[in-house]
Design a protein around this ligand. Structure first.
Ligand code: NDP
Length: 239
């Protein structure tokens, strides 16, 4: 079955691994990218790349139009795009707080709301949100990021309840520490400290998160909705 899939922030990191995985499974995949050029391997795989900043409602609408023109209405959406601006509470500016909420939470709202339109009409759909272990455990220096990631859980469970009668599921994946640009920015000392706290003793590879997203998007996961699935090497121990 080849479905129309949209992955936000699919030009690198976890989003890229998700796009690869679903394209390899035979889906018609589109990704959004915000800056730079999407990697050539995506066009080689037949993945459509559309430019979109999820903080801008008009760009979200335009991206959906482009995807629908080529692949038809979106049947699976993976809200993955996010930023972090880490700082201790006392030093965190309101601008850093709201920028992270605006991208990670309100941006996801824009993307999911637009996807739900077509899904409701079709009485079918899969929504997967990428949260984080820190949304449930909290994290010093990340009050903005953890608040947004925690907010996604309440968001997803409300969407799951609203849309369940139309055969639309909405689930959350909560990764622990994954080897991407976001965590490479932490520096060696902090990275070693983190690994020491993870029972499995290593970072996840983006493909290990993608495999869970692929499952939640599949027919096999038809009876799972409103769930938070950790992919964290035991860091949260199921929260
Ligand atoms: P990266 O920083 O590697 O990639 C983030 C992606 O989001 C990029 O494609 C980026 O685009 C895009 N993006 C950021 N802001 C916007 C915006 N306003 N509009 C559109 N796209 C945007 O992150 P990861 O791959 O590491 O993370 C992916 C997801 O997984 C995120 O939700 C993150 O919070 C979550 N996560 C990551 C963990 C980790 O350890 N890496 C752990 C737990 C959760 P651009 O290239 O233009 O910057």
């Amino acid at each position: 079955m080849s479905r129309s899939v949209l992955v936000t922030g699919g030009n690198r990191g976890i989003g890229l691994a998700i796009a690869r995985s679903l394209a390899d499974a035979g889906d018609k995949v589109a990704i959004t990218y915000r800056s730079g050029e999407p990697p050539k391997e995506l066009s080689d795989r037949g993945v459509l790349a559309v430019k979109c900043d999820i903080t801008d409602q008009e760009q979200v609408e335009q991206a959906y139009k482009e995807v629908e023109d080529v692949h038809g209405r979106v049947e699976v959406v993976v809200a993955n795009a996010a930023i972090n601006r880490d700082q201790l509470l006392l030093r965190m500016t309101e601008e850093d707080f709201t920028a992270v909420l605006e991208t990670n939470l309100t941006g996801t709202f824009r993307v999911v709301k637009r996807a739900s339109r077509g899904m409701l009409r079709a009485r079918n759909g899969r929504i997967v949100l990428i949260s984080s272990v820190v949304g449930l455990s909290g994290s010093a220096g990340q009050v903005n990021y953890a608040a947004a990631k925690s907010g996604l859980v309440g968001f997803a469970r409300s969407v799951a309840r609203e849309l369940a009668s139309r055969n639309i599921t909405c689930n959350v994946v909560a990764p622990g520490f994954v080897d991407t640009d976001m965590t490479r920015a932490l520096g060696e000392e902090r990275r070693a400290e983190i690994v020491g706290q993870v029972p499995l003793g290593r970072y996840a590879q983006p493909e290990e998160v993608a495999a869970v997203v692929r499952f939640l998007a599949s027919e096999d996961a038809a009876y799972i909705t409103g769930a938070v699935i950790p992919v964290d090497g035991g860091l949260g121990m199921g929260h």
